[in-house]
Every structure is written in structure tokens, then in C-alpha cells.
Design a protein around this ligand. Structure first.
Ligand SMILES: Nc1nc2c(ncn2[C@@H]2O[C@H](COP(=O)(O)OP(=O)(O)OP(=O)(O)O)[C@@H](O)[C@H]2O)c(=O)[nH]1
Length: 426
């Protein structure tokens, strides 16, 4: 049990260790896919039509919510309704609707000044916008906070950012944001923002654990069994670690060990039973003739005794077959007690048994047969006096055991003819 437990425990630790890399790739793919969808929205944004809006807060009904637009100065601004609706839908499909917090676009509109599109537009954003009306704009604050370049520089420059977790002002929701800058004529024109709840990472880990029976968890502790993982587009040095939960591994290992031990026991007992049924007769516990007879051919120095219950038919007829079965069972039990464990007892027929012993002297064999006969007849079985007749003989040098058995059978026949409850040696 202890060895199985240790083996299972080590295997589970190794399995969890191997799973960490897979999980890290899953988390990275999750973020990257979200960024890829946002990238497609970038194209939509650049080519979107414009429409005149007056200064103020506007709400546009769209398929999956209400798009809120905060306009500083009246003017023509991008019509993002369909694109933002689609962006929200697609990201929800990737991370789940309950984990997507807000999709937003903050843009510098030429005449209208700064315009912010929020899906959904929360009360908190409106008051936040008003409170900082005269101070830094959304864009310049975001650029400064996340070190995003104001001007487009070179091909391959990756200005997409995944922020570290933070509490959103106003709502106090613990979120992370993907910030996707849009450059037009080399100048930053807008930032597409996807806010998701920070619980996304943990939810993803939990889902992975459930699907793969691992016990991985997010931790900020760096120890020998923790692994530092990175997410794409994250530039800060926030320490994210995945570690194994040892107590869960121990519980799992215990459960697995119990299951394995149960399975092993079931298999062993099934095998034993099948093995027993194959080799042994269930009523007597003696070898089955069909199994053992072929092996007898190899014997060269054997003594053979054949026993047969006397008048067994009348026992059956008088007391019934169940009692007959019980008599067979008890007779063979008594025979078994009278011979050695190394002697071979075979149920030869219904109430006929063959005992193969190592070759012994004539007197000893007769003595042994008599001992068996007396022990069977000693004491009634279910109030019935039961006797057996026996025939015994030796295997002659070079003689096939079949001939020896025939001679023993002849001796048995003589015992029957002489009145039964007798031993005959031939
Ligand atoms: N109850 C029971 N009867 C069995 C079993 N196997 C064989 N028999 C019966 O044992 C009886 C053997 O009868 P016989 O061969 O005529 O021999 P017998 O009545 O013992 O007479 P002798 O051998 O001449 O003394 C038959 O009626 C079989 O049906 C068994 O497993 N259970």
C-alpha cells in the first residue's frame, strides 16, 4: 500500500510538473487570441464612417448592449457601433461573457477633441471623465501609465500592452486591460481597450485542473516547486507563478491508491476464482479429471488408489440429491484428511475418486487405503452410514499409468464384488 502510494504520489507530481508548461501555453494563447481579435477591430476602426455628435453623453442601442459615447466638443466622430458590438461578441466567445468587463475605444477626434466609446458605459466612467475633465486626457494618461509610444516608430514594434491587475477607479473591479494603440500618420490616434476581470487567469487554471485532474494554482510565492510564467504583451515584472497544491496531490494520491488497491484485489480474486474453477472441482476441492488426466501420462513411479462410495445411488434415491451432494462433500473431506497435501486427489467420476501417491511398499499402500476407508466410514454423515470400496496398486517399472489405473479399477471391482467396504490390492 505504501509503495503504491509513493509511486502514485511521484507520478502525480511529475504529471503536474509536465502540465505546467501546457497550462502556460494555454494562458498565453488565450491572451494572444484576444489581442488578435482586437487587431481585426483596428482595421474596422480606421475605415469606419463618421457621424456628427453634439457635445455630451450619447447612448447607442446595439445588438448586445448599449454603447456609450462621451463627446467633449461637437463634431464628426467615428461610428463604431457594429464593430464594437462584434468585438465584444468575439471576445466573449474566447474568455466568457462573465469575465469580459468593458470594451472601449478612446480616440482623439479632430474637432470633437477626445471621444470615448464604452461598451458598456458605466456610471463610474462618466463621473471619472468629469472629474478629470480639465486634467490629462484618457489617452495621454494611458500612454504615460503603460509607456506606449506616442508616435509610430518601426515595423515589428509591439506597442500592444497587457497591463498588470489593478482596481478600476470608480467601479473597484479588479481587472487587467489589453491596450491596442492605433497610429494614423505616425501619430497615436486612438487606443482600443479590452478590460477583463483578473479572475480570468484563475478561472482558466481551475478549468484546466478540472479537465486534466491537475492541482495547479496561481501563487505569488517563488519556491522550488513554483514556476514563473509570462503572458504576452506584459512588460512589467509582476511575479506570476503556477505551483502545485501538495495537499491536493496527497488527497488525489490516496484516492488513486485506494482505487488501484481495490482494482488489484478484484483482479486477483477474479483470477483466483477462475483459476480455481479451472483446476478444481467445486464440490470436493479435488482436481478435475479433465484438467489432471493428461498430466498423469508423465508419471513413472506412482501408487494409485481408486475409491468409490458404496450404494450411492440408493443414498440419492432415499435422501435426495442434495443430501447425496453433502455426502460426496463430507466423504472427500475425510479422504483429504487421510492423505498428505502432496498427494494428488482427483474426482474421477460422480462418486469415484483417484488418489495418486508416491510409490510406496505394498503393505504401506494397503495400510494407507485401509486408513482412508476407515476414516470415511467412521461416524455417520447426516445420520447415514457411508462406506467406500477401494482398489489399489503400484505402477510397474516402465508401465503406462493408464494400465496402472485399469488394474486399480479392477481391484476396486473386486472389493465391490466381495461385499463392498473393502480394500483390494492387485
Ligand atoms: N447427488 C449426486 N449424485 C451423483 C453425483 N454424481 C453422480 N451421482 C450419482 O451417483 C450414482 C452412482 O450410482 P452407481 O454408479 O449405480 O453406483 P452405486 O449406487 O454407488 O453402487 P455401487 O458403486 O455399486 O456401490 C448415480 O445415481 C449418479 O447419478 C453428484 O455429484 N451428486
Amino acid at each position: 500500500m505504501c509503495a503504491v502510494f509513493i509511486l502514485v504520489f511521484i507520478s502525480l507530481c511529475y504529471y503536474n510538473f509536465l502540465s505546467i508548461n501546457i497550462l502556460e501555453r494555454k494562458l498565453q494563447t488565450l491572451i494572444q487570441t484576444t489581442v488578435d481579435v482586437t487587431k481585426r477591430f483596428h482595421g474596422f476602426y480606421i475605415n469606419a464612417d463618421s457621424k456628427h455628435y453634439d457635445e455630451g453623453v450619447h447612448f447607442e442601442k446595439i445588438d448586445n448592449g448599449e454603447l456609450g459615447i462621451i463627446v467633449k466638443n461637437s463634431g464628426d466622430i467615428h461610428q463604431l457601433n457594429n464593430g464594437m458590438s462584434q468585438l465584444k461578441n468575439e471576445i466573449e466567445e474566447i474568455i466568457g461573457s462573465d469575465l469580459l468587463w468593458t470594451v472601449a475605444v478612446i480616440e482623439k477626434a479632430n474637432v470633437a477633441g477626445e471621444v470615448t466609446h464604452f461598451l458598456p458605459l458605466r456610471e463610474a466612467y462618466i463621473s471619472l471623465d468629469e472629474s478629470r475633465h480639465s486634467r490629462n486626457s484618457w489617452i495621454s494618461r494611458t500612454i504615460a501609465g503603460e509607456s506606449i509610444d506616442k508616435s509610430y516608430r518601426i515595423f515589428n514594434e509591439n506597442n500592444v500592452r497587457l497591463t498588470e491587475p489593478y482596481y478600476e477607479k470608480g467601479s473597484s473591479e479588479y481587472i487587467r486591460s489589453i491596450l491596442y494603440p492605433v497610429y494614423i500618420d505616425k501619430e497615436i490616434q486612438a487606443i482600443i481597450i479590452v478590460d477583463f476581470k483578473n479572475a480570468l487567469i484563475e478561472t482558466c487554471i481551475n478549468k484546466y485542473n478540472k479537465e486534466n485532474h491537475t492541482t495547479l494554482e496561481l501563487t505569488d510565492v517563488n519556491h522550488v516547486f513554483s514556476y514563473r510564467f509570462s503572458l504576452p504583451h506584459s512588460i512589467t515584472k509582476e511575479k506570476n507563478y503556477i505551483s502545485w497544491n501538495f495537499s491536493n496531490i496527497i488527497i488525489q494520491a490516496l484516492l488513486f491508491t485506494i482505487i488501484i488497491i481495490i482494482i488489484i484485489n478484484v483482479v486477483i480474486s477474479f483470477y483466483r476464482k477462475t483459476w480455481k474453477d479451472y483446476y478444481y472441482d467445486s464440490m470436493t476441492g479435488f482436481y478435475r479429471r479433465d484438467h489432471y488426466e493428461p498430466k498423469l501420462n508423465k508419471m513413472t513411479h506412482a501408487s494409485v488408489i481408486i475409491c468409490d462410495i458404496d450404494h450411492f445411488k440408493s443414498i440419492n434415491d432415499t435422501y435426495g440429491h442434495d443430501v447425496g451432494d453433502m455426502v460426496i462433500h463430507e466423504v472427500t473431506k475425510r479422504i483429504r484428511k487421510s492423505i498428505r497435501d502432496t498427494d494428488i486427489a482427483i474426482r474421477w467420476g460422480g462418486e469415484e475418486f483417484v488418489i495418486i501417491l508416491p510409490k510406496m511398499k505394498c503393505n504401506d499402500l494397503i495400510h494407507k487405503s485401509e486408513h482412508i476407508r476407515k476414516s470415511v466410514s467412521f461416524g455417520k454423515i447426516n445420520e447415514i452410514s457411508v462406506t467406500i470400496s477401494l482398489g489399489c496398486t503400484h505402477q510397474n517399472p516402465g508401465e503406462n499409468i493408464i494400465s496402472t489405473l485399469k488394474r486399480a479399477d479392477k481391484a476396486l471391482y473386486q472389493s465391490k464384488s466381495l461385499g463392498r467396504n473393502k480394500t483390494t490390492f492387485l
